[in-house]
Design a protein around this ligand. Structure first.
Ligand code: UT7
Length: 325
């Protein structure tokens, strides 16, 4: 009997502090930097983002998202035998955010580790958890994307600071005789490190290099549309499916124009794309599970539908997961 991994519950968490584009424009104006709601909406589709307050970490958002996903799956944290957290904004250098999440959920013993693939992190984490479930050792996994990108933003750089937000999304993935995840496809190309990075590192009690995000937006944009089409087609081919079989495309939420370009290349209407970038901004590894949960809780995503999840981000990394929900 073929063993599959199926999503049985989704959950998410947004910090309550919501900043509109007007709020960002006012904040930047204090520094003598100009931006506008019109520019941000037209170039990105973003209208608002959520930022954590001081003292709130990725693990706090992850735990709340996980609790919602566990409740939706009808299980408790004690039933889980794997925790994977995708994050580029961990609570600490070490231990992993996943172990902190495990402790905050009040459980111990099961393996827990982080995956670091920036905005593709959730796709990588889901791919790893799927493989571990299909291999037979794991029955129920919590797979979480959680980020506090507000901590990495340079508020003197208008080309990046208006783009990102904080949040978390989670799924419960369970072993099943029915699919489930149909195909996964992940890639990286390290030669593009410089176009999207936070170059600083900790050494000798200091942070050496800048601890703030920098991005060549146009270079990322061009690469993103190409690889998102490629990886979607690769997952479809592995599963013997076609673009028209996709009920919902759930892409990484970085820029509405990237999503429109990807949908166009796959010949899918925007009515088949879950869009949350307008309200969340780019939440990196959290963006796909956040969008998935919003799609589910709004009633658009229904059991039995075919979903294409796909991400792209720093590394450069990219990938997709095709699944029957
Ligand atoms: O999560 C990982 C994946 N990340 C992404 O997918 C991001 C991909 N890139 C993008 O989404 C877009 O490239 C951006 C949104 C970052 C930028 O959009 P763009 O259409 O490529 O704009 P641009 O960089 O070509 O800038 C156009 C103009 C420039 O002014 P000049 O040189 O034409 O006078 C910028 O200085 O817009 C200016 N500009 C702004 N103006 C007002 C840049 N940022 C802002 C701003 N407000 N916030």
């Amino acid at each position: 009997m073929t063993r599959y991994a199926r999503i049985t519950g989704t959950g998410s968490c947004l910090p309550p502090r919501r900043l509109t584009n007007a709020d960002m424009a006012a904040r930047l104006a204090e520094r003598g930097i100009e931006t506008s709601d019109d520019w941000i909406v037209e170039r990105t589709g973003i209208r608002a983002r959520h930022f954590v307050d001081e003292g709130v970490n990725a693990s706090d958002l992850a735990v709340e998202a996980a609790r919602h996903a566990l409740a939706a799956a009808g299980i408790t944290a004690a039933d889980v035998d794997l925790i994977v957290v995708a994050t580029s904004t961990p609570d600490m250098v070490f231990p992993s955010t996943a172990t902190i999440v495990q402790h905050k959920l009040g459980v111990a013993g099961c393996p827990a580790f982080d995956v670091q693939a920036v905005c593709s992190g959730f796709i990588y984490a889901l791919t790893v958890a799927d493989a571990m479930i299909r291999a037979g050792g794991v029955h129920r996994a919590l797979v979480i994307g959680a980020e506090v990108f507000s901590r990495l933003l340079d508020f003197n750089d208008r080309t990046t600071c208006v783009l990102f937000g904080d949040g978390a999304g989670a799924v419960v993935l369970e072993a099943s005789a029915e699919p489930g995840i149909l195909a996964t496809d992940i890639h990286a190309d390290g030669k593009h490190t410089d176009i999207l990075c936070v170059p600083g590192h900790v050494a000798g009690g200091e942070v050496l290099g800048s601890p703030l995000l920098r991005m060549d937006g146009q270079a990322v944009f061009k690469l993103a549309v190409g690889v998102l089409e490629q990886t979607a087609r690769a997952s479809l081919e592995k599963a013997g499916r076609k673009p028209e079989d996709i009920d919902w495309l759930i892409p990484h939420q970085a820029n509405i124009r990237i999503m429109q370009g990807t949908a166009r290349k796959l010949r899918l209407g925007m009515d088949k794309v879950i869009v949350t970038v307008d309200e969340h901004g780019n939440t990196s590894a959290a963006s796909i599970p956040l969008a998935l949960d919003h799609g589910v809780r709004s009633g658009r995503i229904q059991a039995g539908q075919t979903l294409m999840l796909e991400g792209v981000g720093g590394g450069f990394t990219w990938g997709s997961v095709l699944l029957d929900f």
